[in-house]
Design a protein around this ligand. Structure first.
Ligand SMILES: C[S@@+](CC[C@H](N)C(=O)[O-])C[C@H]1O[C@@H](n2cnc3c(N)ncnc32)[C@H](O)[C@@H]1O
Length: 305
């Protein structure tokens, strides 16, 4: 089950994380206040966050103060519940929270991981395993778990989830497989379908004149990757609003799920660049200081529908 992989990852949270992520969280609050809430209508405000996880990038009291209902979605609901407890939510607001466990890929539902496991156990020829993955990638549809909520959210947020789809669990499952490299390459192909379907799910949920609010971790700067020296340059390019440099860099070197997300959004909204000028859309970059040795370049899309 994928759920336990994500639960283990979320549970590996450092006790300093809430403090380490303060700048990232405040940036999200700022965007929520200045760009998302201001543009939303004054009707009943039903909001969603996908990838709520430990809720360290979500200041729940702030969000709850500004909406009428807040739906938190994640495959790992246990971590979401613990995150809520840590934030001491004002009792007057707790009823606004709704939690929903979901696998946005739909892979668990079609028993994808079990099938792969079984094929590997049976020493199925690798060509057959590859063609099974390809068939799934070509036929998988948007999940229908939330069909009753389509068109009902004033805004829908997505918290750094695109890069987390599929890979962590698949990578772990294949750790002792000799054909891991071939299968991970095939996972790249499947990833593009997963991202497209996930974006479509988010869009289906937003109501007319509502807003899509996505932030993704596009590129990792870390001591593990030996590229921490690039951090000052990124900070400079962001300060100088050098979006050409940043978008080209991401396109060439970004994390797979994030690059696929960008490509898909730009193809779903082909007039993206023009709408930036009339402020219907926004594109914002910042650095997420994850911990002392790891930072991510964040790319945030705001699309008003
Ligand atoms: C990097 S975390 C986002 C940060 C998070 N908001 C926090 O503060 O801890 C990504 C989240 O996506 C969730 N996730 C990954 N794959 C998922 C899937 N297929 N369906 C739903 N949630 C998923 C993970 O459980 C994790 O909580």
């Amino acid at each position: 089950m994928q759920e336990s992989t994500y639960n283990n990852m979320n549970a590996a949270r450092s006790s300093k994380r809430w403090d380490n992520w303060e700048g990232h969280r405040n940036q999200i609050n700022r965007i929520l206040h200045e760009r998302v809430l201001k543009s939303s209508s004054t009707d009943f405000c039903k909001a969603a966050i996908f990838g709520a996880g430990n809720c360290d990038d979500i200041d729940l009291n702030y969000w709850l103060n500004n909406v009428d209902e807040l739906w938190l979605f994640d495959i790992d609901l246990e971590s979401v519940q613990q995150g809520i407890e840590r934030q001491n939510i004002d009792t007057k607001m707790i009823d606004k929270l709704k939690l929903f466990q979901i696998d946005v890929t739909g892979l668990d539902k079609i028993s994808f991981f079990n099938d792969i496991n079984q094929m590997l156990k049976d020493s199925t020829p690798i060509k057959k395993v590859v063609s099974y993955i390809r068939k799934i990638a070509n036929n998988l549809e948007v999940i229908d778990d939330l069909i009753n909520h389509y068109g009902s959210f004033s805004f829908v947020a997505s918290s750094s989830i695109h890069t987390q789809l599929l890979y962590p669990h698949f990578n772990q499952m294949l750790s002792n497989t000799k054909d891991k490299e071939t299968l991970m390459r095939e996972a790249d192909y499947l990833m593009s379908t997963l991202v497209k379907n996930y974006n479509q799910l988010l869009l289906n949920l937003v109501k007319e004149n509502g807003t899509l609010f996505i932030w993704t971790d596009e590129f990792e700067l870390s001591s593990d990757r030996g590229n921490l020296h690039l951090l000052p340059q990124f900070q400079r390019e962001i300060l100088n609003s050098n979006y050409t440099f940043l978008s080209k860099f991401i396109y060439n070197f970004g994390l797979k799920g994030a690059v696929e997300c960008n490509k898909d959004l730009l193809s779903k909204f082909p007039n993206f660049a023009d709408r930036l000028i009339d402020k219907t859309y926004d594109l914002i970059y910042w650095i997420w200081h994850y911990d002392l040795t790891k930072h991510y370049l964040i790319h945030c899309f705001i699309i008003r529908l």
